[in-house]
Design a protein around this ligand. Structure first.
Ligand code: CUK
Ligand code: CUA
Length: 646
């Protein structure tokens, strides 16, 4: 760190000398470069703050949702260099994800099934790093699929997806994935209300039969798995819940989610719908007619107790605790929030809950102390149609601040009381003081920012320092590549005591990221090679063979630079093939790829890894197979023939 600052300082010093005195060869050329490329001193400063010399590593790692790509994007800060895409909800050939090997096929196509249907994409929105005492611990990453309500677990030892869990009662979700301070639970909140069961229910029965929910997925850290049977949901009114967050510190034990259709409005909008719906306003107008929606406050500890006491109903083999039982046990409350809110974020102490309304220029800061005091006194303003007590907004608020147009999401700084909020309509980031309720500074960004992320900015001890604006539009920022533009992530220096400075634009052309999380890179504990004992089908060197039982052919083969063993395999049309392959390499980065031509199979066998491919040799012919990674000088020779005899 100190070294990096020192070298940045040196570079700046050089620039200054170059600009001022510039006579020797080096400084002359720096001036020339500036002139040639039209760079200002500010640009050089920004370059010095982001440029990461060859071989140097980044201080922070960002996990960004990959939006509609169904993947996760990993990049470094401050260099903004993309390091990896993690395949999650979408087949990814290079990683050999869902292209034939049994393990990843099972995750993607079996575990990932929604109501019996194979889904080959996802709309990822919110990644969450596993936490210990409210701090990122770098062990696991969770990500949601908004389109096909699911949550995935990624093991950060290997940066691979290890589990996909479909939500049994939701038809749409959004407020996921968020973790409790010790990753006991992964939270998933529904978005568009729908019946919990799978049958048709007419929209006329919306108020009675459509519901929202908050699912508490129990996470077993040792196994690295979500345990469905120990998980449960809390029933919520059909208010279209949105973003969520788990309480921490002073608000630990509570879970928050907001909503944007407390009107329970159903649109219609014109011709093409049936008569009874056609003359109704569109959703965008109808769901924003009231001035306020509801922030939901769910007592997780009580919900847990109700679940353990068997106070639930099983729906689609999933435990659901009713609104009634939650209310009867003082575990569910509503608080009005400015209409059509988007973000709900909790400050590092857990005391202040920030909500921003897309249609309100203010951010509202709620105080958990005031909220719990009202609950204690049973000081309720009203009760909603489902019997849920409503706390007074004014009595719950710490205060409101006017920040600008379209405030969406908030992140926190290392400096006490400082927060950053994205302003979608203004295309700006606001720095403000949530304790003293003051706007401090604004920096324009390009353009229309959605989420933003500061270093460890949603933990109990944010680092601040860097902030990335996850912009929705790039318009004119990059070389034009047709009507579909890349996304634009802009890096901003938020070092305390200085003005915010825009440092770097990074195009992201994989999908539209929503949230991202930024963690100190040295918290990662990745492995360099797979352990032998992780694979029950591991093939030992010297034990390669082909075993036939009737038409069942099992191939045990190994890979090592630069050959397959065995290299020639003969089978007959109609044989059912099970092919176990072990990469015997121990050397770092010695990955071998595996494909059989024309068979739609591809695997990535990383050092020590074993994969199994199952397929039918259904068409006679000659099928070369080969290694698809340029693994050595004799990589082209790393091949074999798979012969299918008539
Ligand atoms: S959301 Cu997209 S910008 Cu899904 Cu968190 Cu706000
Ligand atoms: Cu192994 Cu190329």
């Amino acid at each position: 760190m100190f070294n990096k600052l020192k070298s940045a300082f040196k570079l700046v010093l050089f620039c200054m000398i170059a600009l001022g005195l510039g006579t020797d060869g080096f400084s002359q050329s720096l001036q020339e470069v500036m002139k040639e490329r039209g760079l200002s001193q500010q640009d050089l400063l920004a370059a010095a703050k982001t440029y990461t010399p060859s071989g140097k590593k980044d201080e922070y790692v960002v996990f960004s949702s990959g939006g509609q790509s169904g993947q996760v994007i990993v990049y470094g800060v401050p260099s903004m260099r993309i390091i990896k895409y993690i395949a999650v909800f979408t087949p990814e050939p290079w990683q050999g994800y869902g292209i034939g090997d049994e393990h990843t096929n099972n995750i993607l196509y079996e575990q990932g099934k929604v109501r019996g249907r194979t889904i080959t994409w996802g709309d990822t929105h919110h990644p969450a790093i596993s936490e210990t005492n409210g701090e990122y611990d770098g062990q696991y990453l969770f990500i949601n699929d908004k389109a096909n309500p699911r949550v995935a677990v990624i093991d950060l030892k290997t940066f691979t997806t290890t589990q996909i869990v479909p939500n049994p009662i939701m038809k749409s979700e959004h407020g996921a994935a968020f973790v409790t301070p010790n990753t006991e639970y992964v939270l998933e909140a529904s978005q568009y209300a729908a019946p919990f069961t799978n049958e048709y229910v007419p929209l006329e029965e919306f108020n009675e039969k459509y519901r929202g929910a908050m699912t508490f997925w129990k996470f077993d850290r040792k196994k690295g798995k979500i345990v469905a049977k120990d998980s449960f949901s809390v029933e919520l009114p059909p208010y279209w819940q949105d973003l969520s967050d788990s309480g921490k510190g002073m608000s630990a034990g509570w879970v928050f989610t907001n909503s944007f259709n407390s009107e329970r409005y159903i649109g219609g909008f014109g011709k093409g719908t049936s008569k009874k719906w056609s003359n109704r306003l569109p959703h965008e107008a109808g769901v924003s007619s009231k001035d306020t929606d509801y922030l939901h406050m769910i007592n997780m500890e009580t919900a847990k107790k109700l679940f353990q006491a068997g106070k639930f109903e099983m729906i689609n083999e999933h435990a659901v605790i009713s609104i009634k039982d939650m209310v009867a046990n003082d575990a569910l409350y509503l608080i009005p929030e400015p209409k059509s809110p988007h973000g709900v974020m909790i400050d590092p102490t857990g005391q202040y809950i920030t909500v921003s309304g897309k249609l309100d220029t203010h951010v509202s800061v709620y105080d958990i102390k005031k909220m719990t005091a009202l609950i204690k006194k049973k000081d309720f303003e009203d009760v909603d149609s489902y019997g849920i007590p409503i706390l007074s907004m004014t009595k719950s608020l710490h205060g409101q601040v006017e920040l600008g147009l379209g405030p969406l999401h908030t992140q926190y700084d290392s400096v006490k009381g400082i927060a950053y909020t994205s302003l979608y309509v203004d295309s700006a980031i606001a720095k403000w003081d949530f304790l003293n309720l003051k706007l401090l500074e604004k920096i324009p960004i390009n353009y229309n920012v959605g989420h933003l992320v500061s270093a460890e900015g949603d933990t109990t001890s944010p680092d601040g320092k860097y902030l990335v604006a996850l912009n929705k539009m790039s318009i004119d920022r990059f070389v034009q590549v047709g009507p579909l533009h890349p996304q634009n992530h802009q890096l901003i220096d938020i070092t305390p005591g200085r003005k915010m400075q825009l440092l770097y634009d990074m195009p992201l052309p994989l999908g539209e990221p929503h949230y991202a999380v930024m963690m100190k890179a040295d918290k990662l504990k990745t492995i360099k090679r797979y352990k032998k004992k992780w694979f029950k089908n591991r093939v030992k060197p010297g034990r390669e063979k082909v075993v036939r039982k009737g038409n069942q052919v099992t191939i045990y083969s190994t890979l090592i630079r630069s050959h397959f063993s065995p290299e020639v395999i003969e089978v007959k049309v109609g044989d059912e093939i099970t092919w176990h392959i072990t990469n015997l390499e121990r050397a770092q980065d010695e990955t071998h790829g595996f494909t059989i031509d024309q068979m739609n199979i591809h695997g990535s066998l990383e050092p020590g890894e074993t994969e199994t491919f199952k397929f039918k040799a259904d068409v006679e012919g000659v099928y070369p197979f080969y290694c698809t990674e340029f693994c050595s000088a004799l990589h082209l020779e790393m091949m074999g023939y798979f012969m299918v005899k008539p």
